[in-house]
Write a protein that binds this ligand. Structure first.
Ligand code: CDP
Length: 220
């Protein structure tokens, strides 16, 4: 088993960008576990179902074949997909169905990579509790809503600031209050608040922490 780096945090905290950069720095494989929940949510909608319907969500999760390219489907990146993801994510059987794929990725990273970076909500607490380094990336809800707004606008998606903030709060509440695998930092996680940090500063702080835990240095 290679080294495992767990990066958790709420929506638009910067964990996705950070995880990709960390993975590239060490030559590790990267898994965006949110994409799995998004794929389940989108599958339910495509089948004409309601993402809040636990049975439909469980069926979609059991039928999911992440290797088939669904994780890079642009439909996963919409706000509708994000909301659907956070609804299917409260269903214990959905989480259970996605667990094996995530653990396999960590144990045997694709392409023979020497390690992996998994980002999500419960990587350090549930999926990989024995990860070599755990980060919990966060930022104030206002900063995160601003970032999401900017990202949506850059992608040409019209968005109303107050709606984005409300959606962010609704998803935060659902993610933090659910009974199974709620969003919270692992006891041994390094909490990285990026409210006042740019992407480079967040990356430098992450690399310093990971280096202190693992002895790893970024690839030359
Ligand atoms: O990119 P963003 O942070 O907005 O969301 P995401 O990481 O793609 O996750 C979408 C939704 O999936 C979250 O709001 C969670 O409800 C759920 N999720 C989860 O429950 N557990 C994970 N490990 C990853 C995502």
């Amino acid at each position: 088993m290679g080294l495992v780096i767990a990066i958790d945090g709420p929506a638009a905290s910067g964990k996705g960008t950070l995880s990709k950069r960390v993975a590239a720095a060490y030559g590790f494989a990267h898994l965006d576990t949110g994409a799995l929940y998004r794929a389940v949510g989108v599958s339910v909608i495509r089948a004409g179902g309601d993402p809040a319907d636990a049975e439909a969500a469980t069926r979609a999760a059991l039928d999911l074949h992440p290797e088939d390219g669904i994780l890079s489907d642009p439909a996963l990146r919409t706000d509708e997909a994000a909301q659907a993801a956070s609804k299917v994510a409260v269903v214990p059987a959905v989480r259970e169905a996605l667990l094996a794929f995530q653990r396999r990725f960590a144990e045997m990273p694709p392409g023979g990579a020497p390690g992996s970076v998994l980002d999500g909500r419960d990587i350090g607490t549930v999926v990989c509790p024995s990860a070599d380094a755990k980060l919990f990336v966060t930022a104030s809800v206002e900063v995160r809503a601003d970032r999401r707004l900017k990202e949506l606008r850059e992608r040409g998606i019209p968005a109303i600031p107050s709606d984005v903030l409300e959606d962010m709060k609704a998803r935060d509440a659902r993610d933090s209050q659910r009974a199974v695998a709620p969003l919270r930092p692992a006891a041994d996680a390094f909490v990285l608040d990026t409210s006042a940090l740019n992407a480079d500063q967040a990356f430098d702080a992450a690399i310093a922490f990971i280096g202190s835990k693992t002895g790893l240095g970024p690839k030359a």
